[in-house]
Design a binder for this molecule. Structure first.
Ligand SMILES: NC(=O)c1ccc[n+]([C@@H]2O[C@H](COP(=O)([O-])OP(=O)(O)OC[C@H]3O[C@@H](n4cnc5c(N)ncnc54)[C@H](O)[C@@H]3O)[C@@H](O)[C@H]2O)c1
Length: 417
């Protein structure tokens, strides 16, 4: 059972961290220098290849002009988990897509999968750039004719944000200002913004509606709220069409197994519950430590709202379709149904067919008992409903990808289970 995973686990350091109700030990090996050089060369070659692919036969770049019947969407952070799934869906729905990503956290492998799926000229373009570089961003906007922007690019770990808050204000708040300024300067009139339920902080009343006061309690949530405020204030002075989507906990992966979630090894300490469960199933970590089993909930563990990434990107596409000039739409994207940590772990055990060690520890200060959304507004106004609500099934799909990609988007390694 899982021999390569076990071997890898033995070569790991045994540091352990605590996050979102769980403790975690890691980590995957960092690539060495030669690997990095090879990767850089490969990256450059790939970018050139993709840019060539994007030229039409008369030598002009189709991405640089608007075309009737074609909507060209800039997907920032499109090499990341959610952004790559969104790009896949947009391409499937015949949008023209430009991904801008600095690959600080995303995976070129995800972009390559998209490129393989949609190799035709004029469909997908990848631009390696940092949104913090205002000049580069302005150049990208001046050389491309975008109709809309889906802004996913961000650093996105609550724990990391408390350790390095300035990084979060810079990467999320300041970079969103750069994007909005470029949109304004280049007359791009539709923005779909990827926000988070972390902007609500610790509301007393559940479920969370869009009217729930936003009182974020960590730099991640605060940076996202400030980015929202920038967008909202600008929208009052322009006819920009704005949709702000506030997500809950995102799980799952592409049901056809083309894409998955592959965070940087060094980030796994700040990571998310599904990643921790899979790592425990793979014996990369010895097990899970659940913080708190005496909450006022049915089984005593915390309750959260988990949304499958396929449903989430569907919400983005519907938001894009319904975005109207001069109008702002703000929506919670959750299932409206809370699941306990215990339920989640049980679903993970079933999905992976692995026994997972779980230790129940004292509560962690600051964790709140129950968080879930009220999705009625998005149900009613965007005609969106979560369809992938079977936790076990979402985890099974994600596990299949994880098992087949033990090195993330690196070379595939399949294990028996
Ligand atoms: N995953 C979740 O559970 C969750 C929940 C709520 C909200 N969100 C939001 O969804 C968005 C995407 O999250 P994700 O889970 O896919 O994260 P991710 O880390 O997988 O993807 C983020 C992508 O943005 C890129 N990026 C970061 N900084 C950049 C910069 N300065 N310039 C260019 N590219 C940059 C990264 O390289 C990466 O590819 C984020 O805005 C996050 O706040 C995620």
């Amino acid at each position: 059972m899982l021999p390569s995973a076990r071997n890898r686990a033995q070569s790991r350091s045994s540091r352990s961290w605590s996050f979102s109700g769980m403790d975690y030990g890691d980590s995957r090996r960092k690539p060495h220098f030669v690997g990095k050089v090879l990767l850089a060369g490969f990256l450059t070659a790939l970018c050139i290849f993709m840019l060539r692919q994007s030229s039409s036969f008369d030598g002009t770049n189709v991405f640089s002009r608007h075309e009737d019947g074609v909507t060209h969407v800039l997907v920032t952070g499109g090499a990341g988990f959610i952004g790559s799934h969104a790009a896949l869906r947009l391409l499937k729905d015949n949008y023209r897509v430009t991904i801008v990503d600095n690959l600080s956290r995303g995976n070129l492998g995800a972009v390559m999968v998209l490129q393989e799926q949609f190799p035709e000229p004029g469909r997908l373009q990848f631009i390696l750039a940092d949104l913090g570089d205002a000049k580069a961003v302005d150049k990208i906007f001046s050389q491309n004719a975008f109709d809309a922007v889906m802004h996913f690019a961000a650093v996105a770990y609550v724990g990391e944000s408390t350790l390095d808050p300035l990084k979060y204000y810079h990467n999320i708040t300041s970079n969103t200002l750069v994007v909005v300024k470029a949109m304004a300067a280049h007359n791009v009139k539709t923005l779909i913004y990827s926000s988070t339920c972390a902007t609500y902080g610790e509301p007393e009343k559940m479920p969370i509606t869009e009217e729930t006061p936003q009182v974020p309690i960590n730099p991640y949530g605060k940076a996202k709220k400030m980015a929202e405020d920038i967008i909202l204030d600008f929208s009052k002075t322009s006819d920009m069409a704005v949709m702000i989507l506030r997500y809950f906990n995102v799980i799952g992966s592409d049901p056809e197994g083309r894409l998955g979630e592959a965070p940087r090894p060094e980030l796994r300490e700040h990571g998310r519950i599904s990643g921790a469960c899979f790592d425990a199933a793979l014996r990369i970590i010895p097990g899970l430590k659940v913080r708190g089993s005496d909450y006022q909930t049915a089984d005593g563990t915390c309750i959260r709202d988990y949304i499958d990434v396929t449903d989430l990107v569907d919400a983005h596409v519907k938001a894009l379709g319904k975005a109207k000039p001069g109008k702002v739409g703000i929506y919670n994207v959750g299932t409206g149904k809370g699941r306990s940590v215990k339920e989640f772990v049980e679903a993970c055990k079933k999905a992976t067919s692995m026994d997972i060690n779980v230790d129940y520890l004292e509560r962690r200060p600051g964790d709140y008992a129950e968080v879930y959304s009220d999705p009625s507004k998005i149900n009613n106004e965007l005609n969106w409903t979560a369809r992938y609500t079977d936790l076990e099934e979402s985890l099974r799909v994600a596990w299949a990808w994880q098992k087949a990609h033990l090195n993330g988007y690196g070379s595939p390694t399949v294990v028996d289970s």
